[in-house]
Design a protein around this ligand. Structure first.
Ligand code: PHE
Length: 336
């Protein structure tokens, strides 16, 4: 019996495992249920009682040898395979292009707007999204209970009955940043103020409860309406190309007088339509008074443009909701 065990041991030691196939052959020959180790243990019944202990020990040693030989060979094969993969890699094989991400179309449009106004001599300022009534309305010449406040469907964060406590709102436009800027800085002021704004509007393809504006303000001695229009025309041409079709219409805002709006012609399959991209006007003397600037000495112009509208026009996007869904299939189209 000991001889038989010794023979199996030698067979194991001489077995050459050099591939997945020989590894499997080894497993079948020795370790499987019908393999030699199992058969060997089956012969235990024939072993005389006084030899059982010694034979059992020898059998266990052979069994452990088979198992460890198998485990070791398996590990070596796996790591050898890794190495050959490296060596065999075809370095000329084209790889799948990796999507590295890109700027959101709104960010792209905003960057272009900023670039244009920086070139025109403006700097950039900003202010808080949570505003008080004073900055969002009162200082901008919206008297209390004036119907013009209804033009801007406001999200109120704090409504107060107490006269000394101001209402808090999510800013409905970026114009309050004008007020903050003029309170901080004596003229000349020549800044743009980009930022997110909020309005309590029904969500449709054309309107959303949040969007982005860029406010512009230029205050100095002898600033004229002609300069305002010239600046906006220059902006449109730099943004949309020199053949852009635009028009300027009279309008109303409490904080500018006179006021106007600018539209851009948007060509589409149905022919085309005028789209409003901004409101503008000459700073109302009441606004200057609210911030302590002498309206006899200074004049100024202001404008507020919708970044979403501008991006939609630029990229032919017909539903504003797409800008906020974060659908990768949509965003991937704007890789730049
Ligand atoms: N704040 C105005 C709006 O959101 C836009 C505007 C800004 C108009 C500056 C005139 C001057 O509707």
């Amino acid at each position: 019996m000991i001889d038989k065990i010794e023979a199996i041991k030698q067979e194991i030691e001489q077995f050459n495992i050099d591939s997945e196939e020989t590894l499997e052959e080894f497993r079948l020959r020795f370790l499987s249920r019908k393999g030699k180790i199992q058969a060997m243990f089956g012969m235990m019944g024939d072993v005389p009682n006084e030899q059982k202990a010694a034979v059992g020990k020898a059998m266990n040693e052979v069994k452990n040898l088979a198992q460890s030989t198998f485990d070791q060979a398996k590990e070596e094969l796996a790591s050898a395979q890794k190495k050959t993969f490296g060596a065999l890699d075809d370095i000329s094989l084209p790889v799948e292009p990796a999507y590295t991400g890109s700027f959101h179309p709104l960010t792209q449009a905003l960057n272009q707007i900023k670039e244009i106004f920086l070139r025109l001599g403006f700097n950039i300022a900003d202010g808080p999204e949570l505003e008080d009534d004073f900055h969002n309305f009162t200082a901008l010449n919206f008297p209390k209970d004036h119907p013009a406040r209804d033009m801007q469907d406001t999200f109120f964060v704090r409504k107060s009955d107490d006269e000394n406590t101001d209402d808090l709102v999510l800013r409905t436009h970026t114009s309050p940043v004008q007020i903050r800027l003029m309170k901080e800085q004596a003229p000349p002021v020549r800044s743009i103020m980009p930022g997110r704004v909020y309005r309590n509007e029904a969500v449709t393809a054309k309107s959303y409860f949040q969007f982005n504006q860029v406010e512009g303000l230029y205050v100095d001695e002898k600033v004229t309406l002609g300069e305002l229009i010239e600046t906006l025309v220059m902006f449109s041409k730099l943004m949309y190309g020199s053949d852009v079709k635009y028009r300027v219409r009279p309008s109303f805002f409490p904080f500018t007088e006179p006021s106007m709006e600018m539209d851009i012609w948007w060509e589409n399959e149905k022919g085309g339509q005028w789209l409003e991209i901004l409101g503008a006007g000459m700073v109302d003397p009441n606004v200057f008074e609210a911030v302590g600037i002498d309206p006899e000495k200074y004049t100024g112009y202001a404008f507020g443009m919708g970044v979403d509208r501008i991006a939609m026009l630029r990229y032919g996007i017909d539903d504003i909701r797409l800008l906020y869904d974060n659908d990768i299939r949509f965003l991937q189209q704007f890789e730049s």
